[in-house]
Ligand binder design. Structure first.
Ligand SMILES: [Zn+2]
Length: 315
């Protein structure tokens, strides 16, 4: 197993912080002013056609971003047009990737688990004229429910009957580990149950991969450990054209581009997640490869700005 992707043991403190924040925040509804699709349309990367599939908007409680309580946090939240007390509207995106008649998904959204505002990936796929039975693989950037939950229906049956699931080995190891699960607080237990339900719905059709490897021709795994142990991005490349789907490198762009050290409590290992975020931001700013994300409203090029970064959005 390559360095940087080994199974990390999150501290109980990390677990507890996240669970406490979730417990303190009842399910929130978004201001209807935000109930609009934020993701852009399809984009071409060489011969690849990449179509964002909006799963919905997740209402993120402010308590999940502890640094948002700072004066600068309050200023940035005002600039977002979000209510001062939250919640923040966070898009949840999956992506369809097509080339030469082949169809692969990167993530699948929340499925039935996320309530009425989420779980719209299957509909978005159909609206794009794509057939879920033609999906040959779902690359799962990690096994959190807002990424993997949409691979199964409310009865736990596969939504993509002809697909294999492609996941980092270290990710599977983490969520399948009974010891880690038993040490996690009760608030985390649902994450383990959801990850296991997904894996067990695709028996013999889960491909575990290790580190930075080619998943399919032109689609490469980019290990980004921290958010979860086997969290990865997917580099889409054709000739001189590239686009990185960096998954959950950040959750609230308007706060975390200017303050890359700010973390959300969803990160299993917040220290490692912040290191990975710093490394990926620096690399993308140097290489000028366009980026899209699971929770970014825009896609574009990363540029340095003061001690942080900003994104120059592209259509
Ligand atoms: Zn996520």
């Amino acid at each position: 197993m390559p360095a940087g992707t080994s199974l990390s043991r999150p501290s109980r403190r990390h677990f507890l912080a996240g669970a406490a924040a979730c417990a303190a925040a009842p399910w929130l509804r978004l201001d209807p002013a935000f109930a609009q699709p934020l993701s852009a349309g399809p984009v071409q990367v060489g011969a690849f056609k990449v179509t964002p599939l909006l799963d919905g908007l997740f209402p993120l409680p402010l308590a999940m971003v502890p640094d948002a309580a700072s004066p600068d946090g309050a200023k940035l939240i005002r600039a977002m047009g979000a209510p001062a007390a939250g919640p923040l509207p966070i898009p949840v995106n999956a992506f369809a990737v097509e080339r030469n008649g082949r169809l692969i998904l990167i993530d699948a959204g929340t499925g039935a688990a996320g309530g009425a505002d989420l779980g719209k990936v299957a509909r978005a796929l159909a609206a794009a004229g794509l057939d879920r039975t033609k999906v040959e693989a779902v690359i799962l950037t990690h096994l959190h429910v807002d990424h993997a939950g949409g691979t199964i229906d409310a009865a736990g049956k596969p939504v993509f009957p002809n697909a294999e699931l492609v996941v980092q080995h270290s990710e599977i190891e983490f969520w399948m580990d009974d010891g880690i699960r038993s040490r996690a607080p009760q608030g985390m237990d649902g994450y383990f149950g959801a990850a296991r339900a997904v894996l067990s719905a695709y028996p013999k059709k889960v491909r575990a991969v290790n580190g930075e490897v080619e998943l399919f021709s032109g689609l490469k795994a980019i290990p980004e450990p921290g958010h979860t142990p086997g969290h990865m991005g997917v580099m889409i490349e054709d000739g001189h054209n590239s686009l990185l789907m960096w998954a959950d490198i950040m959750h609230v762009g308007p706060l975390q581009f200017p303050h890359p050290a700010w973390s959300v409590l969803f990160d299993v290992n917040r220290t490692q997640a912040a290191e990975t975020r710093a490394r990926m931001l620096d690399r993308m700013a140097v290489e000028r490869i366009p980026v899209m994300g699971s929770h970014l409203a825009d896609r574009g090029i990363i540029e340095r700005e003061g001690a942080g970064y900003h994104m120059v959005a592209m259509p």
